[in-house]
Design a protein around this ligand. Sequence first.
Ligand SMILES: [Zn+2]
Length: 353
Amino acid sequence: MGRPVKAAVQRGFGGVEVLTYEEVDDPVCGRGDVVIRVEATGLNRLDVLQRVGPPLLPGFSLPHVAGMDVAGTVVELGSDVRDGADGVELGVGSRVLVNPAIECGVCERCRAGDDGLCDGVRVVGATRPGGYAERCGVPADHVYTLPSHVGFEEASTIPTNYSTAWHALVTVGAIAPGEWLLVHGAASGVTVAAIQLAKQAGAHVVVTGRSEEKLELARRLGADAAFLSDADDLAARCRNLTGGRGVDVALDHLGPALWEQTIHALRPRGRLLFVGTTTGVRAEFDLPYAYHFGISLIGVDPYRAAEFTAMLGVYFASRFVPVVDSRFSLVDVGSAQTRMESGGAVGKILLVP
Ligand SMILES: [Zn+2]
């Protein structure tokens, strides 16, 4: 307690130079908290968006320590802590990962079990200190013990990507065996998760991406078809794959780039699940086409804590393939974010101490 630890701290908005490697106070371990020695943290697009500004999540403040996907070793436990979120007893040395969405537990939505839309949610690495640090303090009821076959680096690829893909496909999209899913961004973390979860659910998957290398990864993960996203006949290709019908479900986490083509790739009464703004925040499309064919445009809201538990159970039992693009040390955080901004990454970019 009180001992300085190193962290990559965001001190302003702008380029990577606003991230500084410096000493910060050791996280204070509250009665219900654990302090984790961070062994690996996965980067997310949100880290970059909030660095550039303006911040996207309410409650963001400077200075900020980003890093939502945290895996590490418990080094300190609050006096009230016995078990983690999974009911497994915690102790010094426990190997864990973190569900970063910390719901308030007391608002109307939380009391109704609808905590994904909690009014007072705080997100580790987005609106409270995260894993761009040697140590991170979190509520013990948001940590999960890792099975022996899952290492820290793999664990840090799981939380945000798999919970987002799970919520989109399973809860919101209700994807069914035999359905065709279209998903963009072949090598992105959410897409890596979506391919594997959709195949696990018995669906067929078609993926678009920006390079042959990324398409090859998608095929290796089980995608039934993959093609370059700059193909101007995206909708026609999807129809060819599906006997002329169009795909049943699309997951678009890019924003406007392929929005309208995606709508045209859907079958009549198909569902477009959308989340994420990588290419912008406004989309244009032909309204008559969308209503005439009864297209459902479905926003993907935040996941609930219970879904995180369910997702993790499936992940740990399924032996999914983790995809790590690169590893950077904390002091090299600027290079890590530059790698993300380059769009060249194939899989998850990690910070490892
Ligand atoms: Zn709440």
